[in-house]
Design a protein around this ligand. Structure first.
Ligand code: ARG
Length: 570
């Protein structure tokens, strides 16, 4: 539809003086129902510039706006409603999709500008839980969306691999742990030691001092302290990477908090020289009262750094290294204040690019009532969740399609897809209640539903070819065979893909794509219900197959943008 929006705005701009083409394009709307046309221009905002009533403007344009792409143009209460010539629309739309293929929907809006996306970023020695899953899948999708729109993207996993908690872990390990147990039980054992430390420290506060002393040793590069720390990092990373493999997620950089160890001193110096640092009982902080925020602590009494210190260093490093046009941070909304403070500090340091940093917060996930991110014990591990999903899908496949060749692979793609989609379906800021029933419902608004629709399209194409190929078989498209309401509705949906991707990018909202995919799948399933595809009439058959192929391409491209596989058979 973008093409038609351009055409209409071009033609209208030529008729009305003093109004930019782009302004008109932004005004164009999709009418709520087809009786009101395919595109509509509300003339209210033009009224002032043209010194005419909206009705008069629409009436005037109705007379002058002619083009062979339009079937007719109506003026209704200040709206100019444009009805496209359906035959032309159908044929151009199908051609566009078939020609573009895997690139359908892609554009070069970014023009090579770099976007840094800080996502996933789990904490070493702690389980990878559901909040990190949200960060991972939303970040991964934003990455794909930006890439598809012509940006360079650098995905950074800002691992929580630095901080006093490592001192606590060393105390826990040296007092109550042993090497064999950590090697065999990995993060579970590290978590046990960490929890044990807290329980014991309640009784014996001296342990806290011991832990602080260990962290200072880490920060000063003490050999034994560093050896243990590195080992904890390695054990944890191995487990995280298993998750990333399952999810199909990759990072360009694993520069975690520790990476900034030698980059914080200059930041502290800079803050000092810019008079931003204030001493408070031996600690150093940046006051933000003026901006209605609590102060941000930069150095503790013992001289050790904090989460904030490392984030300021990381922000400067990323700007200097990647020259980003946008730098995104994905965490749950509990960190809203942290990022507001961070951006304000960078701003106060005098960097005019502070407004290129954006916190992208998201809501919490709970599993049918129970919270998933509590500190003590009842953390649901993501790995268990994914493996359960895969098991459940495997069972469904076993009962429906037991002879399918690559069952294991498909069970993984659909099981993992169900979890990802479920996470991406709601507006990101909403809290999500995870339910197995919704996530795995092959007929509901779910990942499996979209994937299954895609597989069904592939199956029709294979049948038409009489082979395993899902290419479009030879045969000329006759647009007059695709003029029924259901077919036009499908193509109307498909024609909005590129704009939906742009909206998802602007709003940093992958759910726009997920919802769009449901809309496309539903529109197609209505068509499929009404219109048999493999009929005898060669023109009808070829045209409906072209529609099938167009939908298949759009669904596959859209699924890729939210990080889901598009298996050809389920
Ligand atoms: N490790 C943090 C957490 O789990 C998230 C880090 C987000 N990124 C950042 N640059 N602060 O809460």
């Amino acid at each position: 539809m973008l093409r038609y929006k351009q055409l209409v705005s071009h033609l209208v701009a030529a008729q009305v003086e003093g109004v930019e083409e782009s302004a008109i394009r932004d005004l164009l709307e999709y009418p709520p129902n087809p009786e009101m046309g395919d595109l509509s221009l509300p003339c209210f905002k033009l009224s002032k510039a043209l010194r005419q009533s909206p009705q008069a403007i629409a009436d005037g344009l109705k007379e002058t706006l002619t083009h062979e792409a339009f079937e007719r143009v109506d003026s209704v209460s200040g709206y100019l409603n444009i009805f496209l010539d359906k035959t032309r629309f159908v044929s151009e739309q199908v051609d566009e999709i078939l020609m573009a293929g895997a690139q359908y929907g892609a554009r070069n809006l970014g023009q090579g500008g770099t976007v840094v996306i800080d996502y996933s970023s789990p904490n070493i020695a702690k389980p990878f839980h559901i909040a990190h899953l949200r960060s991972t899948v939303i970040g991964n999708s934003l990455k794909k969306i930006h890439r598809f729109l012509g940006f360079e993207v650098v995905g950074v996993n800002h691992l929580g691999d630095w901080g006093t908690q490592f001192g606590k872990l060393i105390v826990g390990y040296t007092r109550w742990g042993n090497e064999a147990k950590v090697e065999s039980d990995g993060i579970d054992e590290l978590l046990r030691l960490y929890v044990k430390f807290h329980d014991e420290a309640e009784k014996d506060p001296a342990l806290e001092d011991e832990a602080r002393a260990w962290f200072v040793r880490i920060e000063h590069g003490d050999e034994e302290a560093i050896r243990l720390w590195k080992w904890f990092v390695e054990i944890s990373l191995n487990e995280f990477k298993k998750m990333y493999d399952l999810l199909g997620v990759e990072f360009e950089s694993y520069a975690g908090e520790s990476f900034y160890n030698d980059k914080m001193d200059p930041v502290i110096q800079e803050l000092k020289s810019k008079n931003l640092l204030e001493e408070d009982d031996g600690a150093m902080l940046v006051r933000l009262d003026q901006f209605n925020m609590s102060p941000a602590l930069m150095l503790k009494k013992d001289g050790s750094s904090l989460y904030h210190t490392r984030d300021v260093a990381a922000a400067l490093y990323r700007k200097n290294t990647y020259h980003f046009v946008k730098s995104l941070y994905l965490t749950d909304y509990a960190q809203n204040l942290h990022f507001q403070q961070l951006f304000k500090i960078v701003d106060l340091m005098g960097y005019d690019w502070a407004d290129q940093m954006i916190h992208v917060p998201f809501g919490r996930v709970s599993l049918e009532g129970a919270s998933l991110s509590t500190r003590k014990g009842n953390v649901i591990k993501l790995e268990d969740l994914l493996l359960q999903a895969i098991d459940k899908v495997r069972e469904i496949i076993e009962s429906k399609n037991p002879n399918m060749p690559n069952k294991e692979e498909v069970a993984r793609q659909v099981g993992v897809g169900a979890i990802i989609f479920n996470d991406l379906f709601a507006n990101r800021i909403k809290d999500v209640v995870f339910s197995w029933e919704d996530a795995l419902n092959f007929e509901g608004e779910s990942g499996p539903y979209v994937q299954y629709t895609h597989a069904r399209l592939c199956s029709v194409l294979r049948k038409a070819n009489g082979t395993e190929s899902t290419e479009l078989p030879e045969g000329a498209l006759d647009p007059s065979k695709l003029l029924n309401t259901e077919a036009v509705e499908v193509l109307r949906e498909l024609s909005r893909f590129s704009e939906r991707i742009e909206q998802a990018m602007v709003k940093l909202e992958p759910s726009i794509i997920s919802r769009y995919l449901i809309d496309v799948a539903q529109a197609f399933n209505r068509f499929y219900h009404e219109c048999p595809i493999l009929v005898d009439d060669p023109a009808v058959r070829a045209s409906r197959l072209a529609l099938v192929k167009s939908v298949q391409i759009t669904l596959a491209n859209g699924l890729a943008l939210i990080g889901l596989a598009a298996p050809e058979k389920i």
